[in-house]
Design a protein around this ligand. Structure first.
Ligand SMILES: [Zn+2]
Length: 331
């Protein structure tokens, strides 16, 4: 691609923002994610986080290769991998959604008569970053206890667990909960000795947490079939959602944004938000899928760049901070 430097500012051809359009004609939300990333980096700067400069450079330069089918494939870029970064979380969610589809398909091949449950486990809200950090560790421990209870473990084949944190905008508290996709053997639904009702799940979760209050627990059975049943797809999507939505800490209110970012940074520090267990963990390993939180955020699916494609001239888009959009690099 050759862009003439001598073209005047009036030439709209040159000044048109860069667009990355998918095979199905959708515009990838680079601009929107990068604009949110810049706001997030500015909050980190005000809070004097050392990483603010790194975060600001996330996804600044994007190098693509044109594919054989005409759309662009991301070839090189630098991502900050910060837990709250809107660019990185968008990449992670795509990757997680792709990986979990593959893992579930693989487990279904191995356990064709298995059944799937979607379990949501909550605890009461917390108010500070410190409390959030402790609560997240505590929840993970409690979950490890829960899965070992005999009634749970005897039918459990595997699981995929994702932690989500939401900010309550009315009172500034945080709600941390887990979405768990459970794979159980067909016997789970056989009789009372094997089946666990929502009340029982609630009691088991309360026991694992060792708390006085009744925690909110929700359980739903899902029925996958060979045609990628929408129920299991939507359960996969639930577990592949962003761990924290950027709209929760990028509101119109600077003061509450600063508090939320500070608390969430502290709360999520060194936390793993996605994990696999049992047959799902084995399948993830067998499929040779890389780490979905800290791994490669350039390739989010198996849409690899072929040998010939990699030899084509690159298309480079750079984020213009003044114009708040991506533009092609002048050659
Ligand atoms: Zn980032």
């Amino acid at each position: 691609m050759h862009i003439n430097n001598s073209m005047t500012g009036n030439d709209r051809q040159v000044n048109k923002p860069f667009k990355d359009i998918t095979k199905t004609g959708k515009i990838r939300p680079w601009r929107e994610k990068k604009v949110a990333n810049v706001t997030y980096a500015e909050l980190l700067q005000i809070l004097e986080f050392k990483k603010s400069n790194n975060v600001k450079q996330c996804g600044e330069v994007l190098e693509f290769k044109p594919s054989d089918t005409g759309h662009l494939k991301l070839y090189r870029a630098w991502f900050c991998k910060s837990k709250l970064c809107p660019v990185c979380n968008w990449r992670r969610a795509m990757k997680q959604s792709y990986q979990s589809q593959r893992v579930v398909e693989e487990v279904l091949k191995e356990y064709p008569s298995s059944r799937w449950l979607f379990l949501t486990l909550t605890v009461k809200n917390v108010w500070s970053g410190q409390e959030l950090n402790e609560s997240l560790s505590y929840m993970t421990k409690a979950f490890n206890k829960l899965k070992q209870y005999k009634k749970v473990s005897k039918n459990l084949i595997g699981f995929m667990r994702a932690t989500e944190i939401t900010v309550n905008k009315e009172n500034g508290s945080y709600n941390q909960h887990m979405h768990v996709l459970l794979c159980v053997s067909g016997t789970y639904f056989k009789n009372k000795e094997n089946y666990i009702s929502q009340d029982e799940w609630t009691n088991l979760w309360q026991r694992a947490l060792q708390v006085e209050y009744k925690p909110v627990v929700n359980v739903k059975a899902i029925r996958p079939n060979k045609k990628k049943d929408s129920a299991i797809t939507s359960a996969i999507k639930e577990t592949a959602k962003y761990s924290v939505k950027s709209s929760d800490y990028l509101t119109d209110d600077l003061e509450s944004n600063l508090k939320a970012v500070e608390d969430l940074e502290r709360g999520l520090y060194a936390k793993r938000l996605i994990s696999y267990g049992g047959a799902l963990k084995t399948a993830h390993k067998r499929l040779n899928l890389d780490d979905n939180e800290d791994g490669d955020l350039i390739h989010t699916s198996d849409d690899e760049i072929s040998e010939t494609e990699s030899k084509a001239n690159s298309i480079i888009a750079i984020f213009n901070y003044e114009k708040q959009d991506y533009y092609l690099k002048n050659e």
